[in-house]
Design a protein around this ligand. Structure first.
Ligand code: F6R
Length: 263
């Protein structure tokens, strides 16, 4: 895994947006896997800026989000459909027909999960999957002990994840759904490139375990060690518990010109 340590979340978000923008410019009809939560917001803001100021074009980009809560009405401000519309899709020229999010209101959840997997395959697979990481090491909503070969399915959120996410529901834990539909770990691993972001001291343990610990279903993000093209962008606080921090800085500083990241 390539570890890119940046001084602040803002700087990390710019690097992440540059990586995504480079792909969109090289392949205007690429397929992006997207995430919600606090972590990618700065990256979305920078992509929106690039769209407005530099003409970064999303018209032919197809997107698949990682997950959606089960049972929240579409118009609920915390449904991931609403979150994505507000924080990204509406602010760039995304084509609504090309933006995909699991249907958390589907009557037949297993059928919806199978449909979602088939839609990813029909789109040609995901070129780049953007990820955050939970304080317990989850990616998507694949909580610890999730099968590392899992595909899109229903999952039950842990109490820790529900508590972490209560801040989006005015701190009211009772409002946080218990279930979600999430891409599986195997679905994420099938994407051609993975870009995981982690900012803040509360992510330092999960990041250290994912990057330098053993590969284990108890920290689902650790399986990214097996992904051939995985990058992890962290700020100093999230990197604080990495034993080989100096080496990751060294690698980044000595990239050959052709490997340097710029939009
Ligand atoms: C979001 C998702 C989750 C979050 C993770 C971190 O679509 O799948 O894995 O990325 O819970 O959330 P934040 O960024 O809010 O700390």
């Amino acid at each position: 895994m390539e570890i890119i340590i940046q001084p602040t979340p803002e700087a990390g978000s710019i690097v992440a947006a540059q990586i995504i923008a480079k792909l969109v410019r090289r392949k205007p009809d690429c397929v992006l896997g997207l995430a919600t939560g606090s972590t990618p917001l700065g990256t979305y803001r920078e992509l929106i800026r690039m769209h407005r100021e530099d003409g970064l074009d999303f018209a032919n980009v197809t997107t698949f989000n990682l997950d959606e809560y089960v049972g929240l009405p579409l118009e609920h401000p915390q449904s991931y459909r609403a979150f994505m519309a507000e924080n990204f899709f509406r602010q760039v020229n995304a084509n609504a027909r090309r933006t995909h999010i699991p249907d958390g209101l589907a009557r037949d959840v297993p059928a919806e999960c199978a449909r979602y997997e088939a839609a990813i395959v029909a789109a040609g697979g995901i070129d780049l999957q953007l990820l955050g990481i939970g304080t317990d090491g989850h990616i998507g909503f694949n909580e610890p002990s999730s099968s590392l070969a899992s595909r899109t399915r229903i999952k039950t959120l842990t109490e820790r994840t529900r508590a972490d996410n209560a801040r989006f529901f005015h701190g009211d834990l009772a409002q946080v759904p218990f279930h979600c539909i999430t891409m599986g770990v195997g679905t994420i691993m099938a994407s051609r490139e993975v870009l995981m972001l982690a900012f803040g001291a509360n992510k330092a343990d999960a990041v250290a375990a994912a990057v330098e610990g053993p590969i284990t279903a108890m920290n689902p993000a650790s399986v990214l060690q097996m992904h051939p093209v995985a990058k992890c962008v962290v700020d100093g606080a999230a990197a604080a518990k990495l034993a080989r921090r100096d080496y990751y800085h060294w690698v980044f500083a000595h990239k050959p010109d052709w490997q340097k990241i710029s939009a």
